[in-house]
Design a protein around this ligand. Sequence first.
Ligand SMILES: [Zn+2]
Length: 135
Amino acid sequence: MLLGCQNIFYHYKFMTKDFLSLAQEKLKQQKEKIEKQLSEMSNRNRRNGSYSYEVKFPEYGRSDDENANEVADFVDSVSLSKNLENSLKEIESALGKINKGKYGLCESCGKKIEQKRLTILPTARYCLVCKKNKK
Ligand SMILES: [Zn+2]
């Protein structure tokens, strides 16, 4: 009997391998999409072992209108890229949890996150109860 392995895979009883690989696939696709979007709007820099994104400043022209649009679009892009970076971090942490066999467990109470919730939101870190309590 492989008793050690049973512990590691204990919580996967509620989560089939198919569900996990599907979640992993979904997360990878999201990751690629976001990375592509980020690379189109910003320059990726490697600093202290982690990546940071610097949004490119748009260049439309020299008139006041064009300059104003450049600034407005730049501000939009900066906030969008912050959102994308956050999503990317969540995706990477979810993928890391799959590798460690901890995917689908609430980070707050340690209980299983509802499978339905994970289907809709593969990066979910908390179960619904903890999510509600945090608000
Ligand atoms: Zn919880």
